[in-house]
Design a protein around this ligand. Structure first.
Ligand SMILES: [Mg+2]
Ligand SMILES: [Zn+2]
Length: 277
């Protein structure tokens, strides 16, 4: 990964925030001996659905009223989801209703095999991080049921907790100045800050950084990867299309090796080759 970055990248780095300090204090327990760092997106990468869409199944009639859907504004998705969660609570949807829906999300084909691969590698191989624009409650509900919570050293996502009225209240993850990304989260900022801080704590860089994703908001962080790193975009999803378009329009701008995947077993196959180096 390029820690120095180009001018474009420097421009979007926010001032040190309180959140960065919180993040720093939480990383104390992460082992410093891992050779590789692997990032995962959640929706349509780990699970084969979008959790924000699936939560609608808890609504009366399993759909949202038009007046509510009409309040969506481009770039303001996080605020829209907060209104959706408030509506669900008003309709009597409970914590366990939402958890039940999340626990039933299907894993993406091959993903549990990939998790098993990461789990059974020698301990010094993989540091595993989840980076998602969903929220802590959706993600942790699914991971716990799947028995995969322990695999992840860190989870970066929008914090969400139930308030006293039983409503799931979600807060934006951070603020940033990246023009490409939604207001509440630029995954590139998270990746850069995390890799920079961890490199300092470890006293050495990672051998390689991997990024497994599918969405348009996974393209921005993948731009920060260097030529030794590997981007794993889900085949024919927006992240893959954006990488392909960038290769055509601005050759050299996207630096990482690109390995599209249809099933996560494709990711396992490539990792198997890379770990023996
Ligand atoms: Mg996704
Ligand atoms: Zn961004």
């Amino acid at each position: 990964i390029y820690l120095q970055g180009s001018e474009t990248h420097e421009d979007i780095r926010p001032p040190q925030s309180r959140r960065s300090e919180i993040m720093a204090s939480q990383s104390a327990h992460i082992p410093n001996d891992r050779r590789f760092l692997i990032f995962f997106d959640f929706d349509e990468t780990i699970v084969d659905e979008t959790s924000d869409d699936m939560v609608v199944q808890t609504a009366p009639g399993q759909h949202l009223p038009t007046w509510l859907k009409d309040t969506y504004q481009p770039g303001r998705y996080n605020e829209y989801m907060q209104r959706v969660l408030a509506y669900l609570a008003e309709q009597g949807v409970t914590e366990s209703d939402i958890r039940n829906v999340m626990e039933k999300l299907p894993a993406t084909p091959g993903m549990l095999t990939l998790f098993q691969f990461l789990r059974t590698r020698p301990q010094q191989d993989f540091e595993v991080v989840l980076l998602s624009d969903a929220n802590t409650f959706f993600i942790e509900s699914w991971l716990r049921r799947a028995g995969a919570r322990q695999l992840f050293h860190r989870i970066f996502t929008n914090p969400a907790t139930f308030n006293r009225d039983g409503r799931l209240v979600m807060r934006p993850f951070h603020s940033h100045e990246c023009q490409r990304c939604p207001d509440n989260m630029c995954k590139q900022v998270v990746v850069r800050e995390y890799v920079a801080r961890r490199t300092q704590e470890r006293g050495r860089p990672y051998q390689r950084v991997f990024y497994v994703g599918d969405g348009a908001n996974d393209f921005c962080p993948a731009l920060a990867l260097g030529p030794r790193d590997v981007a794993f975009p889900r085949r024919d999803f927006p992240m893959h299309r954006l990488i392909t378009e960038t290769h055509e329009a601005m050759p050299g701008e996207f630096k990482a090796v690109t390995v599209p995947w249809a099933t996560a077993e494709d990711v396992v196959q490539r990792l198997r080759k890379l770990v023996v180096e």
